[in-house]
Design a protein. Structure first.
Length: 428
């Protein structure tokens, strides 16, 4: 993919549906009673792996553009897959659906691509084992996972590390257990699962960082709208902040307070951002975001903020190079075991465009006020790396090339098309 520099990023844009919410709606709809109609379902390959997974478990799924209809059969409606369930590249899918599969009266085997097969799963295997499940994994931690389903019992589980996916896995297992399952979080993580379960009719209570779910609820199919994806919006927000003269509106974006760290950080760093037309739909906050180019101070991302921004760090690192004071990222060792080692791949691509970057075991430091040179970037097969450096290329001094650009389709197939639609004529 060739990316040319831009004069500005301007106009109005509606982004595809939120990936996190799409995964959850599809899985819960598949174990609810009756049909669910999900509008603006994510276009990403990961979320379609989720649709294929529930199809493999005997649940009818129909797709009409970005509207998905799932004919749920209730908590006991799954049937054993005739083959392996393929999670593709999706860590969200394999971690979340394992909680459901652990409660089935049959054995399931869930596989993934090469990248997913190298991602550790001990964080879900441990609590599911406490609930009574037996799970086999390569080297006791890596996919494929063979899940020997059984009757689960409720647990009171304290998450060692805040993780919305692990929380969801335990809560999904708890749906099938008689009694109350309790999950305690050290730090509040995104709460899409709690909101979605409540929308479908589950008895779930949240008090500060303690979630209590009553087992064996009567879940009922719903009609739902998925907000536009804030993680996808991050690339366009950074693009508009990077390129002088930009003025962009992103419509219908999910603005869940547990996801607000991105906007909070950008505002604290001096970004021009305004939220317009805020409303609540299916328990989720949705609004429009107006962004204009502005000088960014930079800053430090560490501790709880790192956990909240973990997916956005690649594109924020790009912004750091153009900021006034630079950007330091700490406590991000989790980036080492994403689709790629994102610390290493971000630093590698920054250096390719002549941007200084220092790599730490748990993060990186990017000095500010640097010039972006045109370069040949490598996505290393990672969708967020491909998109982050497509954004960087907009501010470069010439034409750049992204090898492996097709990786963006994992989460955002229309990314390059939408980016091209809001960029002005090429810079001189």
């Amino acid at each position: 993919m060739i990316i040319r520099p831009a004069n500005s990023i301007s106009g109005s844009l509606t982004l595809p549906g939120d990936k996190s919410i799409s995964h959850r709606y599809a899985i819960i709809a598949s174990i609810a009673e009756g049909p669910s109609i999900i509008h603006n379902y994510s276009t990403g390959a990961d979320c379609h792996s989720t649709l294929n997974a529930v199809r493999a478990l005997g649940i009818p799924v129909a797709e009409d553009g970005t509207t998905v209809t799932i004919q749920g059969k209730g908590l006991d409606g799954y049937s054993a897959s005739t083959g392996d369930i393929d999670a593709g590249n999706s860590g969200s899918l394999i971690r979340m659906i394992s909680g459901v599969l652990a409660a089935q009266p049959f054995t399931s085997r869930i596989i993934g691509d090469e990248s997913l097969s190298g991602r550790p799963m001990q964080r879900i295997m441990s609590p599911l084992a406490e609930m009574g499940a037996r799970i086999e994994a390569r080297e006791n931690q890596f996919p494929p996972l063979t899940i020997h389903g059984t009757a689960l019992h409720p647990i009171d589980y304290t998450l060692p590390v805040a993780s919305a996916q692990v929380k969801t896995c335990v809560l999904f297992g708890g749906l099938f257990a008689n009694g109350a399952t309790v999950v305690r979080e050290p730090v509040r993580s995104r709460d899409h699962t709690e909101i979605a379960l409540r929308e479908f009719g589950a008895d779930i209570a949240v008090s500060q960082r303690v979630i209590t779910l009553q087992g064996r609820p009567s879940l009922v199919g719903r009609e739902l709208l998925v907000p536009a994806d804030l993680s996808s919006a991050a690339f366009f927000l950074v693009a508009a902040l990077l390129v002088p003269g930009s003025d962009l509106v992103l419509r219908g974006v999910g603005l869940n307070p547990t996801r607000s760290a991105l906007l909070d950080f950008l505002l604290s760093a001096g970004a021009y951002l305004k939220v317009l037309n805020l409303e609540q739909v299916n328990g989720e906050m949705i609004g429009d975001i107006h962004v204009r180019s502005a000088p960014i101070r930079g800053g430090v991302i560490e501790k709880d903020v790192t956990a909240a921004l973990i997916d956005e760090i690649p594109v924020l690192a790009v912004l750091g190079g153009a900021s006034e004071e630079g950007l330091t990222i700490r406590d991000a060792q989790e980036l080492r075991v994403k689709e790629t080692d994102r610390i290493a791949t971000v630093v590698e691509n920054l250096r390719r465009m002549g941007v200084q970057a220092e790599e730490f075991p748990d993060g990186m430091r990017i000095p500010g006020r640097q010039r972006f040179r045109a370069a040949t970037f490598d996505s290393f097969g990672d969708h967020r790396i491909a998109m982050a450096f497509a954004v960087a290329a907009l501010a470069a001094d010439g034409e750049s090339r992204i090898e492996g650009a097709e990786a963006a389709a994992v989460s955002f197939p229309s990314f390059y098309e939408l980016l091209d639609g809001v960029r002005s004529a090429d810079a001189a």
